[in-house]
Write a protein that binds this ligand. Structure first.
Ligand code: UDX
Ligand code: UDX
Length: 459
């Protein structure tokens, strides 16, 4: 059967737009997929061997589809592609507003609005406009009102098709999603988009809802996930003072099928471009409807996360600070800067808050990460007092303290018997991810402090 959608455009070649369109193009060789972006450098990178997003498996998918039915093009040349498209995805960033009404909480929809204006200006005939970006509930109203400015005979359907992929596992999540969610107002466009996903996703996993439920479900899914991390992190503090072990507690509660085992890893705090932004958006929406108890409830998830990051930084400082609290002259090795393993993304990484807090007390930091570039580190925490190390060994050399902030698998295999002599005497290893080989560290005569583990000798 001929698909109802033959030509797709996606505006936004970021962490979501790029991988999602590559997977669609890979599975649907008969559908023409064009990804646009305002950022010419990013487009050039998508057209090179050095993709702008690091994701396991992504390069293979892109190399199969690019040049066949997948292309990456600057937005300036995008008008003709939009004119010819049956469906246009909007996958631009929706950051937290920094000024104006709702600053610090509400999502900034200016990029989405400018995409809607671009579509309105260039679309012809009937086009399905699909919100892929995470939007506040009822944002489609604003997209609709902009699209209404299009010329005569130009019509639209709007769908909300939020993306649930997690970074680091994007390709796996796109290939085998728990669900694909399509919200809309009319069955025909929902069916047209569902038909694309059904090429590789089992029909029962393609869910459809109303537009507002789809928009809200995305915010709520992220809020619930973030809440689980803050919940387990709150208990990690309790474990440390009572002598309980967070991994034991998590594994016990996780066997209850009503709770489940996933997303119960205590950590230095959650990061990433979504959790905090989406929580703040939910908080703002609740407040704007006068639901102050609801917003206060979700605010606590954000506050706990902030507290956990600061608590961790203060634990690193405690054994090496002067009586006045200064860390001047102290060198701290930071192992891992990405917000989680298997990604080069540093947006809202907990490393930012931890590092800034240590730098503010005068520490010198030696930062190592397997994928994050020195430029990314510099753009988040500057260069003053910060050295970027090419290897874990270079970061650890002469360190007074060590902080493990990202759970890169290679950190679990560090040879502490060999590394021990490189650290200053008495240096404590603070494991913010419970990833390092605790027995090997102790055998090497080093001090270890793991998140959520009570009864530690060096506390
Ligand atoms: C996505 C979602 O779309 C966002 O709403 C969600 O909350 C997080 O995930 P992401 O792909 O991670 O965003 O964002 P980013 O990597 O910043 O990519 C967005 C891209 O859109 C950038 O490359 C930017 O240059 C581009 N852009 C932005 C445009 O092409 N046009 C614009 O008008 C604005
Ligand atoms: C998240 C959602 O999982 C995804 O569905 C949505 O589309 C985008 O937001 P992402 O931010 O890429 O994905 O990563 P995720 O794996 O959810 O991790 C978020 C943060 O929580 C990371 O900093 C991670 O280290 C932390 N985390 C996660 C924990 O600290 N403990 C856990 O048990 C799980």
């Amino acid at each position: 059967m001929k698909p109802l959608v033959n030509k797709i455009v996606c505006i936004g070649a970021g962490y979501v737009g790029g991988p999602t369109m590559a997977v669609i193009a890979d599975h649907c060789p008969d559908i023409d997929v064009t990804v646009l972006d305002l950022n010419a450098e990013r487009i050039a990178a998508w057209n090179s061997e050095d993709l702008p997003v690091y994701e396991p498996g992504l390069a293979e998918v892109v190399s199969r589809a690019r040049g066949r039915n997948l292309r990456f093009v600057g937005q300036a040349e995008g008008a003709a592609y939009v004119a010819a498209a049956d469906a246009v995805f909007i996958s631009v960033n929706t950051p937290t507003k920094t000024e104006g009404e709702g600053a610090g909480k509400a999502s900034d929809l200016r990029y989405v609005e400018s995409c809607a204006r671009f579509i309105a200006a260039h679309a012809t005939g009937h086009t399905i406009v699909i919100e892929k970006s995470t939007m506040p509930v009822r944002a489609a109203d604003c997209v609709k009102s902009i699209l209404a400015s299009a010329g005569p005979g130009v019509t639209f359907d709007i769908l909300s098709n939020p993306e649930f992929l997690a970074e680091g596992t994007a390709i796996r999540d796109l290939e085998q999603p728990d669900r694909v969610l399509i919200g809309g107002e009319r069955p025909e466009p929902i069916a047209a988009l569902a038909e694309i996903y059904r090429r590789w996703v089992p029909a029962e996993r393609v869910l459809s809802t109303g537009l507002w439920s789809a928009e809200l479900s995305k915010l709520v899914a992220n809020a619930f996930l973030a809440q689980r991390v803050s919940s387990i992190n709150s208990i990690s503090a309790l474990c440390e003072v009572t002598g309980a072990d967070i991994e034991e507690v998590a594994s016990v509660i996780g066997t209850d099928s009503r709770i489940g085992p996933k997303f119960l890893r205590a950590s230095v705090g959650f990061g990433g471009s979504c959790f905090q932004k989406d929580l703040l958006s939910l908080i703002y929406i609740s407040e704007s409807y006068g639901l102050t108890e609801v917003s206060a409830y979700w605010q606590q998830v954000v506050d706990l996360n902030q507290w956990q990051k600061h608590r961790f930084a203060d634990q690193i400082a405690a054994p090496i600070a002067t009586d006045a609290g200064s860390l001047r002259g102290r060198r701290i090795a930071i192992l891992g800067f990405a917000f989680k393993k298997d990604t080069n993304d540093v947006r809202e990484t907990p490393a930012i808050d931890v590092c800034r807090r240590l730098l503010a007390r005068g520490a010198t930091l030696a930062v190592h990460d397997y994928k994050v570039t020195p430029d990314s580190v510099a753009s988040e925490i500057g260069t003053q007092g910060v050295e970027v190390a090419a290897t874990p060994e270079a970061a650890l050399a002469g360190a007074d303290g060590v902080a493990v902030l990202t759970e890169w698998s290679a950190y679990a295999k560090l040879d502490w018997a060999r590394l021990a002599g490189m650290l200053k005497a008495g240096a404590v290893i603070h494991d913010g991810r419970n990833i390092v080989d605790a027995a090997a560290i102790r055998r090497a005569g080093l001090n270890l402090r793991s998140i959520g583990k009570g009864g530690q000798s060096n506390t």
